[in-house]
Design a protein around this ligand. Sequence first.
Ligand code: CP
Ligand code: NVA
Length: 312
Amino acid sequence: MRRLRGRHLLWLADYSGEEIMFIIDTAIDFKRRFYAGERVIPVLKGKSIGLLFEKPSTRTRVSLEVAVYQLGGQPIYMTRSELQLGRGETIADTARVLSRYLDALVARVRRHEDLVELARHSSIPVINGLSDLVHPLQALADIMTIKEKLGRVRGVKIAFVGDGSDNVLHSLMLAVSKLGMHLVVATPRPLRPDERVLREASKAAEESGATIEIVENPVEAVKGADVVYTDVWVSMGQEDIAEEKRKMLRPYQVNSKLMEIAGDKAIFMHCLPARRGEEVTDDVIDGPRSVVWDQAENRLHTHKAVLALLVP
Ligand code: CP
Ligand code: NVA
């Protein structure tokens, strides 16, 4: 395992399966300690963590602020429009200056390339809080939740039903491919996953024994699945193609009929926010097999692990 301290976390392709599981096991330990009454574990005492958000957020922003507080540090929330970045100061100059004040920077960006540019000019760890390409912090909480609920990770079969070009799916693909898991994506042909992500995931899958399959039929995908996963059909920033995507994805709704085909043991996951009645029905997301609230809670514990391990 390479040293984690001081590393960027832009996408999970840069992390080994062992490193990913180490972060998740650390998160499970943080969660256990929290419920045992250790609310504050001050490993970030005297440190400041920047949270730069170009898009809205409920879970990522709030759980990160709470995570930094519970680690004894100071979170600083910023939006692009409040910084000089919004008036034309370059990303490189912003990165150089913020590196002189902060100990790490989490950024949620419209364009993944901007995150790469930010990291290139930062001397502190830059952590991806969601980009148009990937959402690695989400995937860490997803795998942690699977481990908690199913008691294992390797060999677990996930069926992702919906938008194959989704950032959350992309990170799930990268995680699955490193961890010897099985993923079947049911998506319309025009929404196939990003080629770079597919290439990275296929390469890693060969080594770990993972499999990633892309099909068009949701019924075929969910048969024998341990996990049925979906995300919104229209991601932030895709408002211009919203109608087109909704039309294409209509046959991909996760409803009780599809969950019945998946079998009794399958759990339901969603990164949230959900568009109820669109990609998922109320009876599924509110039903006994849904683990979405624990999944959302695990964002907090995984954020604590990532910060405790990566911040120098
Ligand atoms: N799942 C997730 O990242 O949610 P937010 O957009 O609310 O942060
Ligand atoms: N795919 C969604 C995820 C939100 C957490 C989006 O990018 O809007």
